[in-house]
Ligand binder design. Structure first.
Ligand code: ADP
Ligand code: MG
Ligand code: ZN
Length: 737
């Protein structure tokens, strides 16, 4: 057993350059290797591909990978080939409508010779008679069905051909199946299991928490300007901006272009060729930003998308989760910013008019959940995960959402909601929110006069200094979200009181309403030119070296006609800019760099780093030789990134199951190896300002940086060892580095 385990790890390192499995990868791979049907539910970026790639490489025969998109296949095959040596190029192939006869013959010959471990096929190619006949004759290790939610009509990307997979697989022969999806809804999951007839499968469901994504919802005011500012501030990073309409897509792309951003539009109205080209340019990093309708994304396996912006709120939380999920797949930074205005919800509701009632009901429900998410004052991560049936402790969000970072004030809304329901009843449930609010505020509008609302007892009862139209709108939305009121979409959005609403009225219970939200602001774009902001890069790493490595990576990628991250991922480059590897052996210790990759692409990087280290007389971190270095360096990168996100050192420590003292020691090593870190935010929190000055002054004058001496000089009664060490880190970072 141990032998098997160690060989799994060896293969992980050798092929993929990773030191440890992510999440449940190892268990999943074992399940596949044992020949069991396996069902994997794992969020985007969780590392699903490896769950079939690694066992495929280790098994006898060829694994057939069914995948829905041609662009996606080519990407994966390129990535796989980059792991091996040149003569191993037959190791992975794809079979789809883009290949000509000669290419198909080559693929089939490699398979027959046993060279090919993975074959990606499009579902429509799998169903072709001549292919079925061929597959019957070869040794197949297993079938992998990627993006398995395409099977379900309930999913967000239904593909009818996926429904025919099971009978075809059976016709080919009995081999195990592994199905993989990132869909969070149980209904789709059930559908997949049933349709693939694998209800007895081993099921591996991971948490849907994407810890590295930062969620934020902003009121939709001056969106164009806000988006441009954001993109400028994140210059050079890859990002996707989603808009609901093609017109907006064109508009925003244009706006970004005139502001000097490398951006292109992407929507179904463009020609297929142009779309494919845009997508390629994005992968190759010839452009930084894609402005798109939701038509874009599934085909994108780019691991280093650093932000996803929603110009308009999506129609459902599932959609929101999938789209934001395209950020930070590599585990690095991923900012998700959504611009929300309730007007957009009203627009979306209007689209549903005239649709079958059942569909309308579902659509309405999905929208309400979206509103509820957008307007919540609580942790967004907790809300989102709860929606997918997962409990989450918001303390673990570690300020990775706007509401945790800047908590919003909440007020008791019980009385206001009750008053609102009374008003809806008083106007006999025959008026829209706007008219009901006018009743509450005592506005004598023409409607109010015509229908004699002015005579109602309740008229003007909701007028109060701090209760304006905005306030009441937000109360209406709370009541809708809570199911106390319903809105009749077919009939101009008339408000009605639900059964729950009547129950609430007879016995009101506490409802907290978030203050300070302004979600009615209309989209008054004023598209002034925007001053360029500076773009800061991955923290902690040597920024100059990092950008040189990044350029080199792009250049080499161009030569091979591959996307840069296929050569090395950003996370690997940033680690190189921390560890300064100057020979092959050190290179293979970098996370994400396997032996094959190091040999194939490592040389020019090593040369560049060596020259850089010599030219700048850089002292490299010495701990590279120690055996446990892999984990250590992983820790380091993690710590540096966490500091970048301004996490408290306690949080960093607990995430790594370390003591605060150990984290401080790690930071000291980082600093003493020449990396600047800025922990001022933390110091300001824990060390008194006067004390800070005293300790800092001490180190300025002192002849040694010994902590012991410092404590002796400053007085151990007044200053703790921790305080002194923290200040020394600050001092060394600012002066020595
Ligand atoms: P998914 O298909 O689940 O969205 P991918 O298979 O595309 O995810 O993997 C997402 C990212 O995680 C990729 O950049 C991949 O290189 C990385 N990754 C996968 N497994 C590991 C691992 N064991 N250690 C480190 N990184 C990993
Ligand atoms: Mg995938
Ligand atoms: Zn949160």
């Amino acid at each position: 057993m141990i032998a098997v385990e160690s060989s799994l790890h060896d293969c992980l390192k050798k092929f993929f350059g990773f030191n440890k499995f992510k999440g449940q990868q190892e268990q999943i791979i074992n399940s596949v290797l044992e020949g069991k049907d396996t069902f994997v539910i794992m969020p985007t970026g969780g590392g699903k591909s490896l769950c079939y790639q690694l066992p495929a490489l280790m098994s006898e025969g060829t694994a057939i990978i069914v995948s829905p998109l041609i662009a996606l296949m080519k990407n994966q095959v390129d990535a796989l080939r980059s792991f091996g040596t040149k003569d191993q190029d037959g190791i992975a192939h794809f079979l789809n409508s883009s290949l000509n006869k000669t290419e198909i013959t080559k693929v089939k010959s490699d398979i027959s010779k046993g060279k090919t471990k993975l074959l990606y096929v499009a579902p429509e190619s799998l169903t072709k008679e001549e292919n079925i006949a061929f597959f019957k004759e070869i040794k197949i290790s297993f079938f992998a069905i990627d993006e398995a939610h395409c099977i379900s009509e309930w999913g967000h990307d239904f593909r009818p051909e996926y429904r025919r997979l099971r009978p075809i697989i059976e016709a080919i022969g009995t081999v195990p199946i592994i199905a993989l999806t990132a869909t969070a809804t149980p209904k789709v999951q059930q559908d997949i299991l049933k349709n693939l007839d694998m209800t007895a499968a081993n099921v591996f469901k991971s948490s849907f928490n994407r810890g590295n994504l930062y969620y934020e919802v902003r009121p939709k005011v001056n969106v164009g300007k806000e988006i441009t500012k954001f993109v400028k501030k994140n210059a050079g990073k890859s990002g996707i901006i989603y808009c609901l309409s093609r017109k907006k897509v064109e508009e925003i792309a244009q706006l970004l272009k005139v502001n000097g951003v490398k951006a292109l539009p992407y929507h179904a109205g463009l020609e297929a060729k142009e779309r494919a080209q845009t997508q390629d340019m994005f992968l190759m990093e010839d452009i930084d930003v894609i402005v798109a309708t939701i038509a874009f994304g599934m085909g994108i396996d780019k691991p280093d998308v650093r932000f996803v912006i929603h110009h308009d709120i999506p129609k459902s939380l599932e959609g929101y989760y999938q789209e934001t999920g395209r950020a930070g797949r590599d585990g690095g930074e991923g900012q998700c910013v959504t611009f929300y205005s309730y007007d957009d919800i009203v627009k979306l509701e209007k689209f549903m008019k005239g649709k079958p009632v059942a569909e309308q009901e579902v659509g309405k429900q999905l929208l309400l959940e979206t509103v509820s998410f957008a307007e919540t004052g609580s942790c967004r991560r907790k809300f989102l995960l709860h929606y997918f049936g997962e409990e989450f402790d918001e303390a673990k969000c570690t300020n990775m959402c706007d509401n945790c970072k800047n908590p919003k004030q909440k007020i008791e809304g019980k009385d206001d909601i009750a008053l609102l329901i009374e008003a809806v009843i008083a106007v006999k449930e025959k008026f829209k929110a706007k008219d009901v609010i006018n009743v509450l505020l005592g506005n004598s509008t023409s409607v109010a006069k015509t229908y004699k609302h002015t005579d109602l007892e309740i008229f003007g009862d909701g007028a109060d200094d701090d209760k304006d139209e905005k306030h009441w709108n937000s109360v209406v939305r709370q009541a809708l979200v809570g199911g106390l009121l319903t809105k009749d979409i077919e009939n101009y959005g008339l408000l009605k009181v639900s059964k729950e609403g009547k129950k609430f009225l007879s016995k009101p219970t506490s409802v907290m309403i978030t203050k300070d939200h302004d979600y009615e602001g209309t989209d008054a774009d004023d598209d002034d030119d925007i001053i360029a902001g500076g773009g800061q890069r991955v923290g902690g790493a040597d920024e100059v070296l990092y950008s040189m490595l990044k350029d080199l990576c792009k250049k080499i990628a161009k030569q091979h006609n591959l996307p840069p991250y296929v050569i090395f991922q950003e996370t690997s480059l940033s680690e190189m800019a921390i560890q300064y590897p100057i020979n092959m052996e050190e290179m293979t210790r970098i996370t994400g760099v396997g032996t094959g990759k190091a040999q194939k692409y490592g040389k020019p990087f090593i040369d560049l780093i060596t020259k850089y280290v010599n030219d700048n007389e850089i002292e490299r971190p010495q701990d590279l030789v120690i055996k446990t270095v892999a984990n250590k360096s992983a820790n380091k990168v993690h710590i540096i990134q966490s500091i970048d996100r301004k996490l408290s050192l306690e949080d960093i420590a607990s995430a790594k199951k370390l003591k605060l003292k150990d984290i401080i020691t790690e930071i000291e090593t980082i600093v003493s190896s020449g990396t600047k870190v800025n922990i001022n935010y933390y110091i300001d929190d824990v060390v008194d300002e006067d004390k800070q000055d005293d300790i800092y002054e001490y180190f300025r004058e002192a002849e040694t940086d010994s902590i012991e001496d410092a404590l002796k000089e400053l007085g151990e009664d007044n200053y703790s060892e921790e305080e002194v060490r923290l200040m020394r880190i600050k001092f060394l970072s600012e002066f020595a580095n």
